[in-house]
Design a protein. Sequence first.
Length: 221
Amino acid sequence: MLPLRDDIPSATRPTLTYLLIAANVLAFFWELSGADVLAWTLVPARFTADPAGNAVTVVTAMFLHGGWLHLLGNMLYLWIFGDNVEDRLGHGRYLLLYVAGGAAAALAQVAIAPDSRIPMLGASGAIASVLGAYIVLYPRASVYTWVPIFLGIVRIPAVVWLGLWFGLQLLSGVASLGAQQSGGVAFFAHAGGFVAGVVLVKLLDRGPRWRPGARPLTTFP
């Protein structure tokens, strides 16, 4: 399934979401230039050996990606779901959610595999926290999704769509326990980021926002 858009218009311009997308794209072009990417990724074994010395990689790894599909997939999710979460929380609290959620996601994966020497990189954990926040803030929203089996676009309730996404990450993570891996997807980072988003948004949300000159906030039945 490929999400295309949701059905909730933003009342304000999602400036920070645009900036986060731009930062990820610029970081990827930096990677393509031949930069020493490995030094800025999060390696669980390296982190557990020296947490203070490698703390910065918890954040820098969020802006690095393993390829074009990895980058474009993450940015699509951030584009669809990030604007509404930013709209509700405001720029500052949204950034806090993104960074703190991404850090929680990374540490969840480290906790599961503390001795792993496989580098972790990608915005998936931070974006998973945005998805967790979205399902709390907009449980009645819908996501227009391209479903190949139906050869068309289907409108799916957000709670169903994101619930299935979270369940798949959790099940895939459990299935990967004990398996010998040379790389792949950090499923527990996704699940951990989602849970962190659910918790953090309840601490950060102060209700609907409205600014002079903005379009009226839209309510949904």
